[in-house]
Design a binder for this molecule. Sequence first.
Ligand SMILES: [Fe+2]
Length: 326
Amino acid sequence: MLLARREFIAGAGAFAAFSAFPAARQTRVAGLDPNLMVFFADVHQHDGRAHWPDWQYTQANKVFPGLVAEVLRLRPLPANAVVFGDFSTSFGWEEDFRLAAAALKPLADAGIGLTLGMGNHDNRAAFMRVFPDYAARCLVPGRIVSKVSTPNADFIMLDTLKARDGKDWAEPTEEGNHVEGAMDAAQRAWLRETLSGATRPTFVGAHHRAQEVGIVPELVAAPTVYGYIFGHEHTWADGFLHDGYANSRTVQTATLPSGGFWGDIGYALFRTFPDRAELTVRQTDFWFNRRWPEKPRPKNWGERVRMHNGRTITFWYDKPSNFYKG
Ligand SMILES: [Fe+2]
């Protein structure tokens, strides 16, 4: 379902202000580094409703704008910002997306292009009302899928939201979506076709693990896919994908911290070069089930910040054919 751009803007009403968000940056702009992107995941904005009003659920409303402000102090600025889903705390209320849009607006005002993905706590209908311009950028009918080309590499954002009972565009309810991700046949076919024709270094992103949505064979087989980056787990981590021990090809992975709601808290900077990309984490905090801010912080919370902050995962553009098959 790809609605015309005009229909979305006409239906946007009071949210038309957010339609001014710039599309992903594909060209050089003064002050913006076209080979630098900032990655946020799981920003979990909270609409302040009576349910779950306590400290931990509303904390991200303060933390995420603070992380954005920190990014805006960087020089040069990243030309692109990516959000890997879970804009909303839980059910995808429109107000959650409005809060996320307000937090992202300073990036847009600085000319930074936005690429946005869907998480299990999001709702496509509410998202599209708040980000109406995004309709024009969706590459797969009915799915929030987009692609950014930068001088050194391409980046593809997939849509792994699995709505309950197949209600892909239903309004949000407290029933919520499935926690696990999924990918339908149409998006999978688009991914196969896109990757089979790819000749530039390509990075693929989504909210969920590749294993969970069954796209490991596609990523491993693609000769120019050098990395898969995802959120959902609120944990900074590296890893790799493989397609069974008979195939020696692998794909480096990275899991992103959360932009404000439990677990590893922070963002990551993604810098591409002609021969590699580097993803460096900026971790500002760690907490879990913190209903009691007055209690002392467990030692491991600070230790995780020290262990992670500043760590870099490198993705070399080096993917030989399967050693076993020659
Ligand atoms: Fe999340």
